[in-house]
Design a protein around this ligand. Structure first.
Ligand code: FUC
Length: 932
């Protein structure tokens, strides 16, 4: 090798070493193609408004949400007098009559549904016109729909369609057809059908069971025959579902000769008779999409150098490309100070910006009107509910001209364009819908006033970074930044890209800041992002794991203020939950079951086998307490947390009853989410209630109050059924030793006491810890997205970094039907559910730092893949903020700020260090925990 080459190599290596040490964190998601699917688009949010940016070149879709647009209205969710059945349900459970208990609970103990309209007259009206059944009816002018659609016609272009729809299709019987009775097999139809063949009714069903209708040979003939199906869909997914296994077609075949099936898959002609069916009662409301801004561009053919990215260091998305030698750049962000989605379009040649801006909404009931030369207004009303929305769009140009026609704004030959998109609803709070939906919009546009784009942009960055910059993480080489996010996701499980896990951690923080700023509503099942009128599980708040998981990273990863929206919701639930405690249990205090929504429903929903689960509120109280532990904010404890925790404890103080068999106090009726049915005494409940009682006791002592209550709770704690080790060495999920070691259920509820609780840990009870581990081993690794997130945290608590990392790889895997991540790194249950993002980010934090026992454990579960790295701003209980640096799997440096002056008990690799601290004191340690 020549000296020159050697020198160059040396310089290159040196440069790489320096670059690796000096490079900023890994903070960009980027792609070289526009998003086609929603889960490829990039999320933006300011806590109140959310948007998904597609970055298309000829059509750029910006789908947006406002956090208070939901179905439903303020109403009472609890069932008065339900408590009268409580004792009977308990007695049935004690007598081993689970099915009877569930049946009684279903009729007498569930919460109230929303108003359900009478259906008969509507059905009579839509079936009245019989002309569409006729064989000879000419449907050639009807439009086409692809049939079947397993997930409903919503997925084949009919989002939001509920109502009465005729679907018609012909099939041909050959000239040598010998008359035979046949079977028409359409499989599932939602919700109700009237099915005709050649004008004769062959069947009607009102359920989701398979449709197999016998067709008499007299009703068929050679040549063309016609099927006409009137589908009535009242709510949610609709249409002819067909078979989940798409190899199996819907069709018609001679009786007992399915192999001769004539397929009916394909295009059917359709006609919507009525798309306004009577309201269906629902237990809880659904989060709604708000609207779409589409930017349409001409002459984009032959574009090159396309790139879109999301820079989470400043919360700005960018799309850039070149056409005919002109470079175009669009920037998008959602400003909290300006309360608007901001889109800025620029080019490196004057007068090159030409496009149309089209504002629309998936809600059927919407209008567009022009306010002034630069502003248009979208107004909408949700179909099933009391909420209305307004969105104002204002366009400011440098150069060029603006015109409005056909509901579109047209921009011609501008040098630059800035779009401000705002949104508001009439939601004031969970019991009041009298707000003016225009107000947030007019306020926003007024505050934007004559500020320049650069001023708005800078204010946005300053506000965002105030939250984001409290924490940084790097996990080794960042060389893979050069690969697109899709490539990195594809390679992660098999490659060597630990920095991608660092990006994922920061992305979790980004998503929390985007969906849960102080003063806004908490992040729901999809954060703040939803494009569907009937989103999975209503995109609401499931409180038997999901809503809580959203907040696992909040304190640990230094986003404590983002926890605030959850506390505000708990405040409200403590009010609505009082009625449920009274109506369902004749008990004081408050209770929340396994779901809530914008209107703060707290009563049991869905079904009695899993909806009657009493510890949702108690689990939320753990978040109040943890916030105190991390921040040491006594005012918060006194004024906000303690009163609510106490009321929750008062509920359980009254609710717990003696198990006739064991004599322990137990929780019943309840369930171990969401399996095993309605039972007496699930382990998880007892762990959560113990956690609540002991936190209330410690809090009361700190606040010097309620001595009588704390002594009675202390007595009760001892009587609550304890954790037990079962015959397979497992931690028992139920009172009886009935765990099935082959059960792979996604919920690992009985591990709650280990994580996110802390009563099971290696310091206090290693045997129970081993039992918990054994339970998790039986449960296996594979799971839904959020369940993977939970298991990562569990393996971190088991101090098994390698296993935790294995599960991170499962989470950071492209979705192929099972759990993983979508191209935009949204977590896949599947479908998209954001909890896994937050659970995963928290889990990575938990591998680097734990503080749930008396100790602060440094690098407790470090996998080989994270051999070198640095984290700054990670938080521990007791009010400590830590910077940790390590190399070759060994601690190098540790810096700790003590925000509250609490004693510090550190542990690393068997070394223990105990020191006292002063408020705001800074403490540095070497690799052996010697103080520097
Ligand atoms: C719980 C989970 C489901 C899903 C739903 C939103 O019911 O069991 O997997 O995440 O919440």
């Amino acid at each position: 090798m020549s000296n020159k080459i050697k020198n160059n190599c040396f310089l290159l290596v040196l440069w790489l070493v320096i670059a690796n040490n000096l490079t900023a964190q890994d903070l960009k998601l980027w792609y070289n193609q526009p998003a086609i699917k929603w889960t490829e688009a990039l999320p933006l949010g300011n806590g109140r408004i959310g948007a998904m940016v597609f970055g298309g070149v000829d059509n750029d879709r910006i789908q947006f949400n406002e956090e208070t647009l939901w179905t439903g209205e303020p109403r009472n969710y609890s069932r008065p007098g339900a408590y009268k059945y409580l004792d009977s349900i308990r007695q049935l459970l004690f007598a081993g009559k689970q099915k009877e208990a569930e049946a009684l609970a279903w009729t007498e103990f569930m919460g109230l549904k929303s108003f359900e309209a009478e259906k008969t007259s509507w059905i009579n009206e839509v079936i009245a016109n019989k002309k569409y059944i006729a064989e000879g009816f000419d449907d050639s002018q009807w439009k086409k729909m692809t049939v079947p659609s397993w997930d409903g016609w919503e997925t084949v272009g009919f989002e939001g369609l509920d109502g009465a729809v005729w679907l018609r299709k012909s099939f041909v019987l050959p000239n040598d057809w010998e008359p035979k009775d046949m079977l028409l097999d359409l499989n599932r139809i939602r919700d109700h059908d009237y099915t005709y063949v050649n004008g004769v009714l062959v069947g009607t069903q009102q359920n989701t069971e398979g449709r197999k209708y016998a067709i008499a040979k007299e009703n068929l003939h050679k040549g063309k025959n016609t099927i006409a199906v009137l589908v009535l869909n009242f709510f949610d997914k609709g249409g002819i579902y067909g078979y989940k296994d798409t190899v199996n077609h819907i069709g018609i075949y001679p009786l007992n000769n399915e192999v001769a099936k004539i397929s009916l898959n394909g295009e059917w002609n359709y006609y919507i008779v009525n798309d306004n069916p009577p309201a269906v009662g629902t237990f809880q409301a659904s989060y709604q999409p708000f609207g779409d801004l589409n930017l349409k561009f001409d002459n984009t053919n032959g574009f090159i150098n396309y790139k879109r990215e999301l820079d989470i260091s400043n919360a700005i998305a960018t799309t850039s490309y070149s056409v005919n030698g002109i470079n175009y750049k669009r920037e998008y962000f959602i400003s909290a100070p300006s309360q608007a989605v901001v889109t800025h379009l620029a080019a490196n040649k004057k007068a090159s910006i030409n496009f149309s801006a089209i504002l629309s909404s998936p809600h059927k009931n919407y209008t567009i009107k022009q306010l002034n030369s630069k502003t248009i207004i979208l107004s909408l009303k949700v179909r099933n509910g009391a909420l209305e929305g307004k969105s104002y769009l204002q366009l400011l140009l440098k150069g060029g001209s603006l015109s409005f026609s056909n509901d579109q704004l047209k921009i011609t030959n501008a040098d630059e364009a800035t779009i401000y998109l705002t949104a508001g609803t009439n939601y004031k709070n969970y019991h009041d819908v009298t707000a003016d939906p225009s107000l947030p919009c007019t306020n926003a546009l007024e505050s934007i006033g004559s500020k320049t784009y650069q001023q708005i942009r800078s204010a946005h960055i300053i506000e965002y970074q105030k939250w984001f910059n409290t924490f940084s993480i790097s996990l080794g080489s960042e060389n893979n930044k050069l690969l697109s996010t899709v490539e990195r996701l594809k390679n992660f499980a098999h490659g060597n890209d630990p920095s991608f896990a660092a990006l994922y951690t920061q992305y979790g923080r980004y998503l929390l800041i985007a969906s849960s700023r102080p003063g806004t509503r908490p992040a729901n099942l999809q954060g703040i992002w939803n494009d569907l009128l009937n989103p999975p599980w209503g995109s609401k708040y499931t409180t038997n794991i999901n809503a809580q998981m959203n907040y696992w990273p909040a304190e640990l990863l230094n986003l404590s203020p983002m926890h605030q929206p959850l506390f505000d919701m708990i405040d409200e639930l403590a009010v609505t939950g009082k009625s449920t405690a009274r109506d369902h249990y004749n008990a004081p205090g408050w209770v929340l079951h396994h779901n809530t929504d914008l209107w703060r429903g707290t009563a049991p929903i869905n079904a009695s086998n899993h909806g009657i689960w009493v510890t949702g509120g108690a689990w939320l109280c753990q978040h109040l307490w943890e916030h105190y532990l991390f921040t040491q904010d006594k005012n918060f404890l006194r004024q906000k947390a303690y009163p609510i925790m106490k009321e929750a404890a008062l509920f359980f103080n009254s609710f717990l009853i003696k198990d006739p068999q064991t004599g322990y106090l137990i929780s019943t009726p309840s369930n171990s989410p969401e399996q095993g049915g309605l039972v007496a005494g699930p382990t998880m409940d007892h762990q959560i209630i113990r956690n609540l009682f002991s936190n209330v006791i410690v809090a009361a002592k700190l606040l010097n109050t309620d001595a009588a209550l704390t002594s009675s709770l202390s007595e009760k704690i001892k009587q609550i059924a304890p954790n037990k080790i079962g015959r397979y060495g497992q931690l028992q999920e139920w009172m009886k030793d009935i765990d099935d070691t082959t059960n792979k259920h996604r919920h690992i509820s009985h591990l709650w006491g280990m994580y996110p609780g802390n009563e099971i840990n290696y310091d206090d009870n290693p045997a129970m810890m081993n039992a918990a581990k054994q339970s998790l081993v039986y449960r296996g690794d594979a799971a839904t997205g959020w369940s993977l997130g939970w298991k990562i945290n569990c393996w971190a608590r088991f101090k098994d970094g390698e296993h935790a990392f294995k599960m991170i790889k499962m989470l950071l895997t492209p979705v192929k039907g099972d759990a993983g991540s979508y191209p935009n790194l949204f977590d896949a249950h599947p479908p998209f559910q954001i909890d896994g993002n937050f659970g995963g980010a928290a889990g990575i934090g938990e591998m680097l730092l734990q503080s749930h026992t008396n100790y602060i454990d440094i690098l407790p579960a470090l996998p080989d893949a994270f051999a070198s790295g640095e984290v700054k701003g990670i938080c521990a209980r007791g009010g400590f903020v830590l910077d940790i640096k390590w190399r070759n799997s060994k601690l190098q440096q540790l810096k700790i700020i003590s925000k509250a002056g609490q004693p510090l008990l550190l542990r690393y690799n068997g070394l223990v260090k105990n020191i006292s601290t002063v408020k705001n004191g800074i403490y540095k340690f070497d690799a052996s925990l010697n103080k520097l």
